[in-house]
Design a protein around this ligand. Structure first.
Ligand SMILES: O=c1ccn([C@H]2C[C@H](O)[C@@H](CO)O2)c(=O)[nH]1
Ligand SMILES: [Zn+2]
Length: 142
């Protein structure tokens, strides 16, 4: 599966569903703000993640990074798309700046589906979410 073309409808449906299912597992007793993410690899695998908070607040991890850590630790580093789900009715959930940078580590040319609970979504290219980004290629320029 190429990274540059959109996932077929069935795969996209599965990705969106997996992000909602992951949200149900969110461990967020402090913020009560549940988030789920699902990451589609270039090979067609889907890894999901939820936010995992901590009594030491600053140690909380976002859903997006949980999904990425799961994929990378299973040997997958080429990503095609991520879907993100929250309970916000009126806004598409957007990833925080830290997650955008972690996503960007794995390329600028993949898609992020920002969703609402009613099933609507907008798609943003990582390049749009984090313009003028710093990445691994920059370290190789010296
Ligand atoms: O895109 C987002 C935005 C927020 N959170 C989490 C972090 C924290 O646990 C809670 C409130 O910010 O939501 C995510 O996981 N992803
Ligand atoms: Zn984040």
């Amino acid at each position: 599966m190429e990274r540059g073309c959109p996932p077929e409808a069935e795969r996209l449906g599965a990705l969106l569903r997996r992000s909602r299912e992951a949200k149900a597992a969110a461990y967020c007793p402090y913020s009560r703000f549940a988030v789920g993410a699902a990451l589609l690899t270039a090979g067609g695998h889907i890894f999901s993640g939820c936010n995992v908070e901590n009594a030491c607040y600053s140690l909380g991890v976002c859903a997006e990074r949980t999904a990425i850590q799961k994929a990378v630790s299973e040997g997958h580093t080429s990503f095609k798309a991520m879907a993100i789900a929250s309970d916000l009715e009126d806004d598409f959930i957007v990833p925080c700046g830290a997650c955008r940078q972690v996503m960007r580590e794995f390329g600028k040319d993949w898609d992020v589906y920002l969703t609402k609970p009613d099933g609507t979504y907008v798609v943003k290219r990582l390049e749009e979410l984090l313009p003028l980004s710093f990445g691994p290629e920059d370290l190789r320029k010296l």
